[in-house]
Design a protein around this ligand. Structure first.
Ligand SMILES: Cc1ncc(COP(=O)(O)OP(=O)(O)O)c(N)n1
Ligand SMILES: Cc1ncsc1CCOP(=O)(O)O
Ligand SMILES: [Mg+2]
Length: 364
């Protein structure tokens, strides 16, 4: 294709020519409008600068493909009053049940418009058609990212306490301990024990399931997607070297949570692209539970808070003495272990942490 304004129409008869332009014009407008609705929601409704940037880059790709058509021909061929479709509007198009319905409808509109652009562009230029196809595939990933982020934001309260616990000394003391956490209304309990044999670990997971069932406390298994599945956990937490988010999801099935550890802003962005339900961000401070060589610290918390609205839990060495630093960095969800598991009164520590995260911080 040498001259983008003089595309070869594949020898179409003139009557077909004008209707082709009308179709392309209408589909281009539908695609841009659908995309703009989604972008506005993510930008103004969700305040998510990362997703806004991802959507913007699709808009730029689409604009540059559309520029390869002579839009003046398309506009000249416009015939809104003669368009039979403008009066055939279903009642459903005028109402949306909720944000999810609104987003789904607009992603569909966008994808259908891109498919129409792609198919009709095949009559003119294969390269342009392929570009619309690429844009359509991109919308499938964007849909996953946007829908997961918005749904997950509702799944974890804005101030959340997430406690990681090992299997304790024995079954009864584990059961007593997790009962205290549930009573303290901890938002998430993660069973993380690298030493127990599989059957003992599964027994602890089943005890945790019993204690958390029917409560607002979610149950997550660390590393072990298989045991999360067998015990009916609410989800699994995976690290950077473990199963990927989509592998874990394919084992657990739909409706389960998959969290992933992130140690840099790029890993946090990738977790959003991968469709994680939440991220662990850290390590923030030196930890008595796990040793680390490097600490992305509160700088990473600030970076994530600035651009990502997928729920993010700061982790690593957090306790009542430093939790305000976390809140000041813009993160109000924390994952803690030692400060709660070693406390004489775990419930009191949970309440203290929650109080500090709830207070208005100077930088928030
Ligand atoms: C909430 C949360 N965030 C981070 C981690 C760490 O996971 P990972 O990097 O896989 O390390 P291990 O916990 O497996 O040693 C976590 N467990 N939970
Ligand atoms: C598993 C893990 N990954 C990063 S920090 C951490 C341990 C968190 O425990 P603590 O709150 O005691 O530092
Ligand atoms: Mg792990």
């Amino acid at each position: 294709m040498t001259d983008p304004n003089n595309l070869d129409h594949g020898g179409l008869p003139p009557s077909m020519d004008i209707s082709l332009w009308r179709t392309l014009d209408a589909a281009a407008n539908r695609a841009s409008e659908g995309l703009r609705v989604i972008e506005d929601f993510v930008r103004y409704g969700q305040n998510d600068s990362f997703l806004t940037t991802e959507l913007k880059s699709l808009r730029h790709q689409l604009d540059s493909t559309l520029q390869r058509f002579d839009r003046s021909q398309a506009i000249q061929s416009r015939d809104t009053f003669g368009d039979v479709g403008t009066t055939v509007q279903g009642k459903l198009e005028q109402s949306r049940a909720d944000w999810s319905d609104l987003l789904t409808a607009n992603f569909k509109r966008l994808q259908q418009a891109l498919r129409s652009l792609e198919e009709h562009a095949k009559l003119i230029d294969a390269e342009v058609a392929a570009s619309f196809e690429r844009a359509r595939y991109l919308t499938y990933s964007l849909e996953k990212m946007v829908m997961t982020t918005v749904a997950a934001s509702g799944a974890f309260p804005e101030v959340s306490i997430y406690v990681l616990t090992d299997g304790r000394a024995d079954g009864p003391s584990f059961d007593t301990f997790v009962a205290k956490l549930v009573e303290a209304e901890v938002d998430v309990i993660q069973l993380r024990d690298k030493n127990l044999d599989d059957r003992t670990l599964l027994a602890r997971a089943e005890a945790l399931r019993k204690r958390t069932a029917g409560t607002a406390t979610k149950m997550i298994l660390n590393d072990r997607t298989d045991l999360a599945k067998v015990s009916g956990a609410d989800g699994v937490h995976v690290g950077q070297e473990e199963l990927t988010v989509s592998q874990a999801r394919s084992v657990l099935g739909v409706g389960k949570l998959v969290g992933v550890s992130t140690h840099s802003i790029e890993q946090a962005r990738q977790a959003v692209r991968d469709g994680a339900d939440y991220i662990g961000i850290g390590p923030t401070f030196p930890s008595g539970t796990k040793t680390f060589d490097a600490f992305p610290g509160v700088k990473l918390l600030r970076e994530v808070a600035k651009e990502i609205t997928l729920p993010g839990f700061a982790i690593g060495g957090i306790d009542v003495s430093n939790v305000t630093e976390v809140a000041e960095a813009g993160i109000r969800r924390v994952a803690v272990s030692g400060c709660v598991t070693k406390a004489d009164d775990p419930g009191a520590v949970v309440r203290e942490l929650r109080k500090s995260l709830t207070l208005d911080s100077p930088n928030s």
